[in-house]
Write a protein that binds this ligand. Sequence first.
Ligand SMILES: [Zn+2]
Length: 445
Amino acid sequence: MHTPPLDRLLQLRVNAERLYADFLEIQAIGLADDGSLDRVALSPQDVAARQWFASRIEEAGLTVRDDDAGNMSGVLPSRAKRARTLLVGSHLDSVANGGHYDGVIGVLAALECLRALKEADADLPVNVEAIDFTDDEGTFMGMFGCRALAGALPPDALSDSGTADYGAFRAAMIRAGMQPSDYYKARRDPANLAGYVELHIEQGPRLERGDKQIGVVLGIVGRTNYEITFNGEAGHSGTTDMYRRRDALRGAAQFIMRMHELVRERFGDGIFNCGNIQVYPGNFNVIPSRATLAVEVRHVDTDLLNSMETAVISTARECAATFRLDVIPRLIVRFPAAAMHPSVISAIKDSCEDLCFSHTDLYSYSGHSPQFLSAVTPSGMIFIPSIGGISHHRDERTDWNDVVNGANVLLNTLVRLALVHEGRGSVARRSGDLRTDHSANRHSP
Ligand SMILES: [Zn+2]
Protein backbone atom coordinates (compact mmCIF):
# COMPACT_ATOMS: atom_id res chain seq x y z
CA MET A 1 0.00 0.00 0.00
CA HIS A 2 1.28 3.46 -0.86
CA THR A 3 2.12 5.42 2.25
CA PRO A 4 1.20 9.08 2.02
CA PRO A 5 4.36 11.18 2.37
CA LEU A 6 3.12 13.01 5.44
CA ASP A 7 2.40 9.86 7.43
CA ARG A 8 5.73 8.34 6.44
CA LEU A 9 7.71 11.46 7.30
CA LEU A 10 5.92 11.97 10.60
CA GLN A 11 7.42 8.64 11.71
CA LEU A 12 10.95 9.97 11.18
CA ARG A 13 13.17 10.44 14.22
CA VAL A 14 16.53 12.12 14.63
CA ASN A 15 19.65 10.01 15.16
CA ALA A 16 20.32 10.73 18.85
CA GLU A 17 23.83 9.23 18.85
CA ARG A 18 24.93 11.31 15.87
CA LEU A 19 23.49 14.43 17.50
CA TYR A 20 25.38 13.66 20.72
CA ALA A 21 28.64 13.08 18.83
CA ASP A 22 28.25 16.53 17.25
CA PHE A 23 27.54 18.03 20.66
CA LEU A 24 30.74 16.57 22.14
CA GLU A 25 32.82 17.82 19.23
CA ILE A 26 31.57 21.38 19.17
CA GLN A 27 31.73 21.63 22.96
CA ALA A 28 35.52 21.54 22.65
CA ILE A 29 35.62 24.60 20.38
CA GLY A 30 36.00 27.47 22.84
CA LEU A 31 35.99 25.35 26.00
CA ALA A 32 37.42 27.54 28.76
CA ASP A 33 39.58 26.32 31.66
CA ASP A 34 36.70 26.66 34.11
CA GLY A 35 34.43 24.52 31.93
CA SER A 36 32.42 27.41 30.50
CA LEU A 37 32.18 28.25 26.81
CA ASP A 38 34.06 31.21 25.37
CA ARG A 39 32.90 31.54 21.78
CA VAL A 40 31.89 35.15 21.39
CA ALA A 41 30.84 36.26 17.92
CA LEU A 42 33.56 36.42 15.25
CA SER A 43 36.29 35.33 17.69
CA PRO A 44 38.75 32.69 16.39
CA GLN A 45 36.67 30.14 18.34
CA ASP A 46 33.44 31.25 16.65
CA VAL A 47 35.11 31.13 13.24
CA ALA A 48 36.41 27.63 14.05
CA ALA A 49 32.90 26.55 15.07
CA ARG A 50 31.56 27.78 11.72
CA GLN A 51 34.26 25.87 9.87
CA TRP A 52 33.33 22.78 11.83
CA PHE A 53 29.64 23.38 10.95
CA ALA A 54 30.49 23.79 7.25
CA SER A 55 32.39 20.46 7.32
CA ARG A 56 29.42 18.65 8.89
CA ILE A 57 27.12 20.16 6.25
CA GLU A 58 29.34 18.97 3.42
CA GLU A 59 29.81 15.58 5.02
CA ALA A 60 26.01 15.19 5.08
CA GLY A 61 25.81 15.93 1.37
CA LEU A 62 24.00 19.21 1.98
CA THR A 63 24.74 22.53 0.32
CA VAL A 64 26.80 25.08 2.28
CA ARG A 65 25.57 28.64 2.04
CA ASP A 66 26.71 31.86 3.62
CA ASP A 67 25.60 35.43 3.25
CA ASP A 68 27.01 38.95 3.61
CA ALA A 69 26.08 39.13 7.29
CA GLY A 70 28.14 36.00 7.99
CA ASN A 71 25.12 33.76 8.57
CA MET A 72 26.12 30.22 7.64
CA SER A 73 23.76 27.45 6.66
CA GLY A 74 23.27 24.00 5.22
CA VAL A 75 20.51 23.59 2.67
CA LEU A 76 18.46 20.54 1.73
CA PRO A 77 17.16 21.71 -1.64
CA SER A 78 13.71 20.83 -2.87
CA ARG A 79 13.27 19.28 -6.30
CA ALA A 80 10.29 21.55 -6.85
CA LYS A 81 10.82 24.55 -9.07
CA ARG A 82 10.73 27.96 -7.41
CA ALA A 83 10.49 26.34 -3.98
CA ARG A 84 10.41 28.64 -1.00
CA THR A 85 12.75 28.13 1.95
CA LEU A 86 11.82 26.93 5.40
CA LEU A 87 14.48 28.21 7.80
CA VAL A 88 15.43 26.37 10.99
CA GLY A 89 18.29 27.34 13.26
CA SER A 90 19.77 29.33 16.09
CA HIS A 91 23.32 30.48 16.93
CA LEU A 92 26.74 28.96 17.58
CA ASP A 93 28.16 32.03 19.34
CA SER A 94 28.06 32.39 23.11
CA VAL A 95 28.34 35.12 25.69
CA ALA A 96 31.73 35.31 27.46
CA ASN A 97 31.90 32.44 29.96
CA GLY A 98 28.62 31.08 28.66
CA GLY A 99 27.08 27.63 28.69
CA HIS A 100 27.15 24.76 26.20
CA TYR A 101 23.45 24.55 25.31
CA ASP A 102 22.24 28.08 24.53
CA GLY A 103 21.94 28.40 20.75
CA VAL A 104 24.18 25.44 19.93
CA ILE A 105 21.43 22.90 20.53
CA GLY A 106 19.18 24.68 18.04
CA VAL A 107 21.81 24.65 15.28
CA LEU A 108 22.87 21.03 15.86
CA ALA A 109 19.25 19.85 16.01
CA ALA A 110 18.47 21.74 12.80
CA LEU A 111 21.39 20.05 11.03
CA GLU A 112 20.32 16.65 12.36
CA CYS A 113 16.75 17.23 11.10
CA LEU A 114 18.11 17.93 7.61
CA ARG A 115 20.22 14.77 7.69
CA ALA A 116 17.21 12.71 8.77
CA LEU A 117 15.08 14.20 5.99
CA LYS A 118 17.79 13.62 3.41
CA GLU A 119 18.33 10.01 4.45
CA ALA A 120 14.58 9.41 4.21
CA ASP A 121 14.69 10.91 0.72
CA ALA A 122 11.94 13.30 1.77
CA ASP A 123 10.78 14.98 -1.38
CA LEU A 124 9.66 18.19 0.28
CA PRO A 125 8.06 21.05 -1.63
CA VAL A 126 10.27 23.56 0.23
CA ASN A 127 14.01 23.95 0.65
CA VAL A 128 14.92 23.34 4.26
CA GLU A 129 17.82 25.44 5.53
CA ALA A 130 19.67 24.95 8.85
CA ILE A 131 21.16 28.32 9.78
CA ASP A 132 23.65 29.75 12.29
CA PHE A 133 22.97 33.46 12.86
CA THR A 134 25.90 35.85 13.38
CA ASP A 135 26.30 37.57 16.76
CA ASP A 136 23.00 36.56 18.24
CA GLU A 137 24.36 37.24 21.73
CA GLY A 138 25.22 40.85 20.97
CA THR A 139 28.99 40.89 21.41
CA PHE A 140 28.90 43.71 18.87
CA MET A 141 25.24 44.14 17.86
CA GLY A 142 22.52 41.92 19.32
CA MET A 143 20.83 39.53 16.88
CA PHE A 144 22.83 41.05 14.03
CA GLY A 145 22.56 38.12 11.62
CA CYS A 146 18.83 37.56 11.85
CA ARG A 147 18.12 41.29 11.73
CA ALA A 148 20.19 41.59 8.55
CA LEU A 149 18.39 38.62 7.00
CA ALA A 150 15.00 40.07 7.95
CA GLY A 151 15.95 43.47 6.50
CA ALA A 152 15.55 45.04 9.95
CA LEU A 153 18.84 46.97 9.84
CA PRO A 154 19.30 50.21 7.90
CA PRO A 155 22.18 50.27 5.36
CA ASP A 156 24.19 52.60 7.66
CA ALA A 157 23.76 50.50 10.80
CA LEU A 158 27.53 49.96 11.09
CA SER A 159 28.45 53.60 10.59
CA ASP A 160 29.80 55.50 13.58
CA SER A 161 27.66 58.40 14.74
CA GLY A 162 27.43 60.23 18.03
CA THR A 163 28.81 57.95 20.72
CA ALA A 164 28.32 54.80 18.61
CA ASP A 165 31.61 53.22 17.53
CA TYR A 166 31.45 50.02 15.49
CA GLY A 167 35.16 49.98 14.64
CA ALA A 168 35.80 46.80 16.61
CA PHE A 169 32.83 45.12 14.93
CA ARG A 170 33.98 46.10 11.45
CA ALA A 171 37.50 44.89 12.22
CA ALA A 172 36.18 41.57 13.52
CA MET A 173 34.08 41.14 10.39
CA ILE A 174 37.09 41.78 8.17
CA ARG A 175 39.17 39.27 10.18
CA ALA A 176 36.38 36.72 9.67
CA GLY A 177 36.49 37.33 5.90
CA MET A 178 33.42 39.55 5.67
CA GLN A 179 32.97 42.95 4.05
CA PRO A 180 31.30 45.19 6.68
CA SER A 181 29.61 47.48 4.15
CA ASP A 182 27.83 44.56 2.47
CA TYR A 183 25.82 43.11 5.35
CA TYR A 184 22.51 44.52 4.12
CA LYS A 185 22.78 42.25 1.06
CA ALA A 186 21.95 39.37 3.41
CA ARG A 187 18.32 40.49 3.36
CA ARG A 188 16.02 37.79 1.97
CA ASP A 189 12.90 38.49 0.00
CA PRO A 190 10.01 37.44 2.30
CA ALA A 191 8.26 36.01 -0.77
CA ASN A 192 10.97 33.32 -0.88
CA LEU A 193 10.58 32.31 2.75
CA ALA A 194 8.16 29.64 3.96
CA GLY A 195 8.75 30.07 7.69
CA TYR A 196 11.21 29.89 10.56
CA VAL A 197 11.39 27.49 13.51
CA GLU A 198 13.90 27.45 16.34
CA LEU A 199 14.63 24.97 19.13
CA HIS A 200 16.20 26.59 22.20
CA ILE A 201 16.73 25.93 25.88
CA GLU A 202 14.24 27.78 28.07
CA GLN A 203 16.92 29.60 30.14
CA GLY A 204 14.41 29.76 33.00
CA PRO A 205 12.76 27.39 35.48
CA ARG A 206 9.12 27.27 34.29
CA LEU A 207 9.19 23.98 32.35
CA GLU A 208 11.13 22.19 35.08
CA ARG A 209 8.83 23.50 37.82
CA GLY A 210 5.74 22.61 35.82
CA ASP A 211 7.19 19.18 34.95
CA LYS A 212 6.65 19.76 31.20
CA GLN A 213 8.85 18.39 28.44
CA ILE A 214 8.22 21.04 25.80
CA GLY A 215 7.40 24.75 25.91
CA VAL A 216 5.39 26.12 23.00
CA VAL A 217 6.37 29.77 22.68
CA LEU A 218 3.42 32.06 21.98
CA GLY A 219 5.41 35.26 21.79
CA ILE A 220 8.71 36.92 22.56
CA VAL A 221 8.98 39.81 24.91
CA GLY A 222 9.66 43.26 23.47
CA ARG A 223 12.18 45.49 25.18
CA THR A 224 13.06 49.13 25.14
CA ASN A 225 16.29 50.49 26.60
CA TYR A 226 16.90 54.06 27.65
CA GLU A 227 19.82 55.94 29.07
CA ILE A 228 18.35 58.59 31.35
CA THR A 229 20.49 61.44 32.58
CA PHE A 230 19.42 63.69 35.46
CA ASN A 231 21.37 66.96 35.62
CA GLY A 232 21.54 69.07 38.78
CA GLU A 233 24.20 71.18 40.39
CA ALA A 234 27.32 70.17 42.30
CA GLY A 235 28.10 71.83 45.59
CA HIS A 236 29.69 71.29 48.98
CA SER A 237 27.69 68.61 50.73
CA GLY A 238 28.22 70.14 54.14
CA THR A 239 27.64 73.81 53.47
CA THR A 240 24.87 73.85 50.86
CA ASP A 241 21.35 74.27 52.25
CA MET A 242 19.73 70.81 52.43
CA TYR A 243 16.45 72.17 51.10
CA ARG A 244 17.81 74.20 48.21
CA ARG A 245 20.24 71.76 46.61
CA ARG A 246 19.68 70.28 43.13
CA ASP A 247 20.79 66.71 43.79
CA ALA A 248 20.73 64.70 40.54
CA LEU A 249 20.99 61.37 42.33
CA ARG A 250 17.99 62.14 44.50
CA GLY A 251 15.82 62.60 41.40
CA ALA A 252 17.27 59.41 39.90
CA ALA A 253 16.62 57.45 43.09
CA GLN A 254 13.00 58.60 43.26
CA PHE A 255 12.56 57.70 39.60
CA ILE A 256 13.79 54.13 40.17
CA MET A 257 11.55 53.57 43.18
CA ARG A 258 8.50 55.06 41.46
CA MET A 259 9.00 53.00 38.30
CA HIS A 260 9.14 49.75 40.27
CA GLU A 261 5.88 50.66 42.06
CA LEU A 262 4.20 51.86 38.88
CA VAL A 263 5.04 48.71 36.91
CA ARG A 264 3.75 46.53 39.74
CA GLU A 265 0.49 48.51 39.90
CA ARG A 266 -0.21 49.11 36.22
CA PHE A 267 1.74 46.54 34.17
CA GLY A 268 1.46 43.25 36.02
CA ASP A 269 3.30 41.19 33.39
CA GLY A 270 5.81 43.91 32.57
CA ILE A 271 9.43 44.14 33.68
CA PHE A 272 11.34 47.24 34.77
CA ASN A 273 15.05 47.20 35.44
CA CYS A 274 17.58 49.88 36.23
CA GLY A 275 20.85 48.06 35.65
CA ASN A 276 23.40 50.78 36.19
CA ILE A 277 23.88 54.21 37.80
CA GLN A 278 26.81 56.49 37.06
CA VAL A 279 27.12 59.43 39.40
CA TYR A 280 29.28 62.53 38.89
CA PRO A 281 31.50 63.82 40.22
CA GLY A 282 31.25 60.87 42.60
CA ASN A 283 32.71 62.02 45.93
CA PHE A 284 31.64 61.71 49.57
CA ASN A 285 31.40 65.42 50.04
CA VAL A 286 30.05 66.66 46.71
CA ILE A 287 26.38 66.90 45.78
CA PRO A 288 25.86 64.80 42.63
CA SER A 289 25.56 67.05 39.60
CA ARG A 290 24.72 64.24 37.24
CA ALA A 291 23.25 60.72 37.45
CA THR A 292 22.94 58.54 34.38
CA LEU A 293 20.76 55.44 34.53
CA ALA A 294 20.62 52.37 32.26
CA VAL A 295 16.93 51.53 32.13
CA GLU A 296 15.03 48.71 30.47
CA VAL A 297 11.34 47.86 30.17
CA ARG A 298 9.99 44.58 28.77
CA HIS A 299 6.51 43.39 27.86
CA VAL A 300 5.05 40.71 25.63
CA ASP A 301 2.33 43.11 24.43
CA THR A 302 3.51 45.87 22.10
CA ASP A 303 0.82 48.39 23.12
CA LEU A 304 1.58 47.89 26.79
CA LEU A 305 5.31 48.10 26.09
CA ASN A 306 4.70 51.45 24.41
CA SER A 307 2.67 52.60 27.42
CA MET A 308 5.54 51.55 29.68
CA GLU A 309 7.94 53.58 27.59
CA THR A 310 5.67 56.63 27.90
CA ALA A 311 5.54 56.06 31.67
CA VAL A 312 9.35 55.96 31.85
CA ILE A 313 9.63 59.37 30.18
CA SER A 314 6.81 61.06 32.10
CA THR A 315 7.96 59.68 35.47
CA ALA A 316 11.53 60.82 34.76
CA ARG A 317 10.22 64.33 33.99
CA GLU A 318 8.08 64.44 37.15
CA CYS A 319 10.96 63.32 39.34
CA ALA A 320 13.27 65.85 37.71
CA ALA A 321 10.74 68.65 38.30
CA THR A 322 10.40 67.72 41.98
CA PHE A 323 14.09 68.37 42.55
CA ARG A 324 14.52 71.19 40.01
CA LEU A 325 16.63 69.01 37.71
CA ASP A 326 16.89 68.68 33.95
CA VAL A 327 16.41 65.26 32.46
CA ILE A 328 17.56 63.87 29.11
CA PRO A 329 16.11 60.49 28.08
CA ARG A 330 18.09 58.85 25.26
CA LEU A 331 16.61 55.90 23.42
CA ILE A 332 19.21 53.13 23.02
CA VAL A 333 17.22 50.35 21.39
CA ARG A 334 13.66 49.21 20.76
CA PHE A 335 13.21 45.48 20.11
CA PRO A 336 9.58 44.79 19.19
CA ALA A 337 7.41 42.29 21.01
CA ALA A 338 6.66 39.47 18.59
CA ALA A 339 3.74 37.07 18.44
CA MET A 340 4.57 33.63 17.05
CA HIS A 341 2.48 32.54 14.07
CA PRO A 342 -0.63 30.41 14.73
CA SER A 343 0.34 27.94 11.97
CA VAL A 344 3.71 27.26 13.56
CA ILE A 345 2.27 27.15 17.08
CA SER A 346 -0.32 24.58 16.03
CA ALA A 347 2.28 22.51 14.13
CA ILE A 348 4.46 22.40 17.27
CA LYS A 349 1.51 21.43 19.47
CA ASP A 350 0.39 18.71 17.07
CA SER A 351 3.95 17.38 17.04
CA CYS A 352 4.01 17.24 20.85
CA GLU A 353 0.70 15.34 20.86
CA ASP A 354 1.91 13.02 18.12
CA LEU A 355 5.09 12.23 20.05
CA CYS A 356 3.24 12.07 23.42
CA PHE A 357 5.26 14.84 25.08
CA SER A 358 3.75 17.01 27.79
CA HIS A 359 3.74 20.66 26.75
CA THR A 360 2.72 24.08 27.89
CA ASP A 361 2.28 27.50 26.30
CA LEU A 362 4.63 30.24 27.44
CA TYR A 363 6.12 33.58 26.53
CA SER A 364 9.83 34.11 26.17
CA TYR A 365 11.22 36.89 28.35
CA SER A 366 14.59 36.72 26.61
CA GLY A 367 15.21 37.87 23.04
CA HIS A 368 15.56 35.36 20.19
CA SER A 369 15.83 35.39 16.39
CA PRO A 370 12.08 34.81 15.75
CA GLN A 371 11.57 38.28 17.22
CA PHE A 372 12.78 39.71 13.91
CA LEU A 373 12.02 36.86 11.54
CA SER A 374 8.36 36.87 12.59
CA ALA A 375 8.02 40.24 10.86
CA VAL A 376 8.83 38.67 7.48
CA THR A 377 7.79 35.01 7.72
CA PRO A 378 5.58 32.79 9.95
CA SER A 379 7.80 31.94 12.89
CA GLY A 380 7.73 29.79 15.98
CA MET A 381 9.86 28.52 18.81
CA ILE A 382 10.22 25.32 20.82
CA PHE A 383 11.65 25.43 24.36
CA ILE A 384 13.19 22.54 26.28
CA PRO A 385 13.81 22.61 30.05
CA SER A 386 16.92 24.19 31.59
CA ILE A 387 18.02 22.37 34.74
CA GLY A 388 17.60 24.79 37.65
CA GLY A 389 16.75 27.49 35.10
CA ILE A 390 20.49 28.26 34.85
CA SER A 391 21.82 29.89 31.68
CA HIS A 392 24.73 32.03 30.42
CA HIS A 393 26.86 30.10 32.89
CA ARG A 394 29.10 27.03 32.83
CA ASP A 395 26.45 25.13 34.86
CA GLU A 396 23.87 25.57 32.08
CA ARG A 397 22.44 22.08 31.45
CA THR A 398 19.56 20.33 29.75
CA ASP A 399 18.88 16.64 30.25
CA TRP A 400 20.00 14.88 27.06
CA ASN A 401 16.63 13.12 26.74
CA ASP A 402 15.00 16.55 26.62
CA VAL A 403 17.40 17.63 23.87
CA VAL A 404 16.49 14.57 21.78
CA ASN A 405 12.77 15.10 22.47
CA GLY A 406 13.07 18.72 21.37
CA ALA A 407 14.94 17.73 18.20
CA ASN A 408 12.19 15.24 17.35
CA VAL A 409 9.49 17.87 17.90
CA LEU A 410 11.49 20.15 15.62
CA LEU A 411 11.70 17.48 12.90
CA ASN A 412 8.01 16.63 13.17
CA THR A 413 7.12 20.34 13.07
CA LEU A 414 9.24 20.90 9.95
CA VAL A 415 7.49 18.04 8.16
CA ARG A 416 4.08 19.45 9.06
CA LEU A 417 4.99 22.97 7.94
CA ALA A 418 6.62 21.76 4.73
CA LEU A 419 3.76 19.53 3.65
CA VAL A 420 0.78 21.47 4.95
CA HIS A 421 2.32 24.51 3.33
CA GLU A 422 1.89 22.85 -0.04
CA GLY A 423 -1.49 21.34 0.87
CA ARG A 424 -0.17 17.84 0.24
CA GLY A 425 -1.60 16.21 3.28
CA SER A 426 -3.90 16.49 6.21
CA VAL A 427 -2.16 17.00 9.50
CA ALA A 428 -3.28 14.27 11.83
CA ARG A 429 -2.29 13.19 15.27
CA ARG A 430 -1.26 9.60 15.22
CA SER A 431 -3.39 8.84 18.26
CA GLY A 432 -6.56 10.33 16.76
CA ASP A 433 -8.52 9.97 13.57
CA LEU A 434 -7.00 11.19 10.37
CA ARG A 435 -8.52 14.55 9.95
CA THR A 436 -7.96 17.70 8.01
CA ASP A 437 -6.50 20.39 10.16
CA HIS A 438 -8.53 23.41 9.16
CA SER A 439 -6.51 25.70 11.36
CA ALA A 440 -3.37 24.70 9.47
CA ASN A 441 -5.02 25.59 6.16
CA ARG A 442 -6.29 28.83 7.54
CA HIS A 443 -2.81 29.83 8.70
CA SER A 444 -0.85 28.35 5.84
CA PRO A 445 2.58 30.02 6.12
ZN1 LIG B 1 20.39 31.82 22.56
